[in-house]
Design a protein around this ligand. Structure first.
Ligand code: NAD
Ligand code: LMR
Length: 332
């Protein structure tokens, strides 16, 4: 199981690489960045776990060497937000970075599972898909936008509302839609642990808003020094770990992720009907298997208020997706 991290020397890249090195199912770990990756790799290589770690820089075909034989590629490369910046504002710089890295994957490791963390996820996932289409190697079952941090935040914040943080490990809330502000839609009515009956509608709105704008909370607290890195590394390693377990044959792993709705004809089309819009991408609970996406689940039973949140997500989501697709057709 060779895992590759592209952007491995960054705020997310380093702790994510650490957590992947700590995963005993990973036997090879390749770290690529435009700076510092060899140092990070040597540091991690002293940890007594099976993975052989190597670091690569752009010269001497570093990207190609890092990607050769890759099974899972995680992409946290790109600039993060500062106060006053939206995820969509990052498109200007990150779209080109993701396009170029995707070109490397399409030409060197077209069968790898690609896990996209770089923002804006609602646009960078379509960029990866379009690059793969251009190279004739697109398999919608293998490209994932990582929305796990929204799920992790939902577990944390719901357990806080329940007044017992120890529950955060078992609280599970599906979060659907996309990964930015109002496109992040937590389905609290499907929480494994129901909210207290005493919680009034205003308090539920506060909780929803906190999950949707959790990223801003971190950006504000870091005050110019970036966005979530450690919680994202935790979430990214959790999602990568699930993909690795599924690829290794474990069945029944279901988790929300932002996927192309063509990846599962029945599930994807049924979901499109359910949301009432002809979107090509959406984050929904997805069953993972040896070939990637096995089944895209529908939204299940949602409340009228949740339906309104889904509806409110659609315009931004649709615009973000179109922007990503258009970028590969006509880069600006
Ligand atoms: P960072 O600036 O700390 O690290 C980014 C790394 O990418 C740097 O080491 C940089 O050298 C590297 N890089 C830049 N161009 C590259 C290229 N062409 N090839 C390889 N590496 C390259 O930023 P960060 O805090 O780690 O955030 C990275 C990205 O992840 C941002 O876009 C951020 O918005 C996003 N993010 C997403 C989520 C999510 O939930 N999906 C959560 C947090 C952050
Ligand atoms: C997050 O949700 O923390 C990330 O998308 C980073 C950000 O810009 O908020």
């Amino acid at each position: 199981m060779k895992a590759v991290v592209l952007g491995a020397a960054g705020g997310i890249g380093q702790p994510l690489s650490l957590l992947l090195k700590a995963n005993p199912a990973v036997t090879e770990l390749a770290l690529y960045d435009i700076v510092n990756s060899p140092g990070v790799a040597v540091d991690l290589s002293h940890i007594a776990t099976p993975a052989k770690v190597e670091g690569f820089l752009p010269p001497d075909d570093g990207l190609k060497k890092a990607l050769t034989g890759a099974n899972v590629v995680v992409i946290p490369a790109g600039i993060p937000r500062k106060p006053g910046v939206t995820r969509d504002d990052l498109f200007k710089i990150n779209a080109g970075i993701v396009r170029d890295l995707a070109t490397g994957i399409a030409t060197t490791a077209p069968k790898a599972f690609v896990l996209v963390i770089s923002n804006p996820v609602n646009s960078t996932v379509p960029i990866v898909a379009e690059v793969f289409k251009k190279h004739g190697v697109f398999d919608p079952k293998r490209i994932f936008g990582v929305t796990t941090l929204d799920v992790v935040r939902a577990s944390t914040f719901v357990s806080e509302v329940l007044g017992d943080r120890s529950l955060s490990l078992s609280v599970s809330v599906p979060v659907v839609g996309g990964h930015s502000g109002v496109t992040i839609v937590p389905l609290l009515s499907q929480s494994s642990h129901p909210l207290p009956a005493s919680l009034d509608a205003a308090a539920v709105d506060v909780l929803i808003n906190r999950i949707q704008f959790g990223g801003d909370e971190v950006v504000k607290a870091k005050d110019g020094a970036g966005s979530a890195t450690l919680s994202m590394a935790y979430a990214g390693a959790e999602f990568a770990g699930k993909v690795i377990r599924a690829v290794n044959g474990e069945k029944g792993i279901v988790t929300p992720t932002f996927v192309n709705l063509a990846s599962d004809k029945t599930g994807g089309e049924a979901l499109r009907k359910e949301i009432g819009e002809d979107l090509d991408y959406f984050s929904a609970p997805v069953e993972l298997g040896v070939d990637g996406v096995t089944k895209i689940h529908g939204l299940g039973k949602i409340t009228p208020a949740e339906k309104a949140l889904v509806d409110a997500a659609l315009p931004e989501l649709s615009a973000n997706i179109a922007k990503g697709v258009a970028f590969v057709e006509a880069p600006k």
